[in-house]
Design a protein around this ligand. Structure first.
Ligand code: ARG
Length: 431
């Protein structure tokens, strides 16, 4: 049974090909579809397209469906195209002609749009909270390990003293930048497309401001064509944010893999958080961080996939748009699983102390020693030469004194400022 059925049923192959994974994917939209329908019918009643006696009956039936969804009993039946059809089918099955009235003044095109906006808004808020939670742990670790020094590298060559405090804090602050991207995506998602119908509005006097209020959107997409164009744009903005977070986490995962390597041996994890080899009995591998790195790298292809899928689509609805769900839905889940796993692992991270005592790191202190000479009145270039010659002639002995005091350095991590930055950003999202 199709909503658009006109006396013939489409070929089975055509149906399978066009419906694709929708029955499964749309399950994630079900609760939002009901929410959108409730707002729509309240509005229809307010403009006289539904009777005041009809509205409560429809609302009750929709509440029942919402409860079914909540209990995990909602299904999209064989032969039903998508979640929108299933909800209307259930209403008509229960209420007869009354169920058939709810689709006045809308189309599945704005219905799926509003579902997606509500879905993305929630997903982005959940992702923001997951990012925040990891951020908090990173800052706590940064404070806890502010005295634990480690080598800093440039070109992967020993460069200058760094610390675990600086390292953890760097990823925390980097997540604050990613949060800006999440906020931008959230703001784009938080606009009401409902009332754009098939993409060109309706001759009914729809009260679009009312549905905007009812659905808690910040604003609406006024122009109905712009509303339809936001399908794709919303997903691309979300994908850009997902990709930004993924790039941060993927990089962190790479650092951990490298530092778990015996040649570094800077960090380790309890045995049960490592994985073994079928042939080498000694192995304790960092598979978790490798999978995380791989997943995060893949997630960075999502903006590209969406851009290619939607490149040069003609204005108005095109069925290609359906395929975006295949790409963006798993991406949201995948990113959160990486965030949660990263947080779980970092709760158990063990840091090696006194790493810099090893003489292979002696050269980390050359700049410290140059600067000490500068403070004693030697011009920088002469001091540089003096220390450089000592290194060259193999007589350099580091003083191992470190005195970094400026904002954001190993001696002054500015944790409070970084925390405040994130707190300010988080105020955009509901708790
Ligand atoms: N499954 C469709 C989608 O995601 C729903 C909208 C169908 N609209 C249509 N005109 N065929 O895009």
């Amino acid at each position: 049974m199709k909503l658009w059925s006109k006396g013939f049923e489409p070929d089975k192959m055509i149906e399978q090909f066009t419906v694709g994974a929708d029955r499964e994917l749309d399950m994630r939209l079900a609760r939002y579809d009901v929410e959108g329908s409730m707002a729509h019918i309240r509005m229809l009643e307010s403009i006289g397209l539904l009777g005041s006696d009809e509205l409560p009956v429809l609302l009750d039936a929709l509440k029942d469906i919402a409860a079914m969804i909540e209990r995990g009993e909602f299904e999209i039946g064989e032969g039903i195209e998508d979640v929108h059809s299933q909800v209307e089918f259930l209403l008509t099955e229960r209420l007869g002609d009354l169920g058939k009235k709810i689709h006045s003044g809308r189309s599945r095109n704005d219905q799926v749009l509003v579902d997606l906006k509500l879905f993305m808004r929630d997903e982005l808020a959940k992702t923001a909270h997951a990012v925040r939670s990891l951020f908090d742990l990173l800052l706590d670790l940064s404070e806890k390990h502010k005295k634990d020094l480690m080598p800093g590298y440039t070109h992967l060559q020993v460069a200058m003293p760094s610390s675990f405090g600086l390292w953890f804090g760097a990823y925390a602050e980097s997540l604050a930048d990613d949060m800006q991207m999440l906020i931008a995506a959230y703001r784009i998602a938080n606009q009401n497309p409902l009332g754009s119908a098939a993409g060109y509005g309706s001759s009914f006097p729809l009260d679009r401001e009312m549905t905007t209020r009812l659905l808690g959107f910040d604003d609406l997409h006024y122009n109905v064509v712009a509303a339809q164009m936001s399908r794709g744009k919303t997903e691309r903005a979300a994908a850009a944010a997902i990709s930004a977070v993924a790039s941060t986490i993927g990089r962190l995962a790479m650092d951990v893999c490298m530092w778990m390597c015996q040649n570094f041996g800077f960090v380790s994890f309890p045995d049960e958080l490592t994985t073994g080899s079928s042939i080498m009995p000694h192995k304790k591998n960092p598979d978790v961080f490798e999978i995380m790195r791989g997943k995060c790298n893949r997630l960075q292809s999502v903006p590209n996939e969406l851009a290619l899928l939607t490149a040069n689509l003609p204005l108005g609805y095109n069925r290609d748009l359906q395929l975006m769900k295949d790409i963006i839905f798993p991406a949201t889940t995948e990113l959160r699983s990486c965030l949660e796993m990263c947080e779980f692992m970092l709760h158990h991270i063990r840091i090696r102390e006194n790493i810099l005592d090893d003489e292979r790191y002696d050269y980390l202190f050359t700049v410290e020693d140059v600067n000490r000479l500068v403070l004693q009145g030697v011009p920088f270039r002469d001091a540089y030469k003096q220390v450089g010659m000592a290194v060259q002639e193999k007589r350099y002995k580091p003083t191992r004194e470190i005195n970094h005091t400026h904002l954001g350095s190993i001696g002054n991590l500015a944790t409070g400022r970084i925390r405040a930055k994130m707190e300010g950003l988080m105020s955009v999202f509901p708790d």
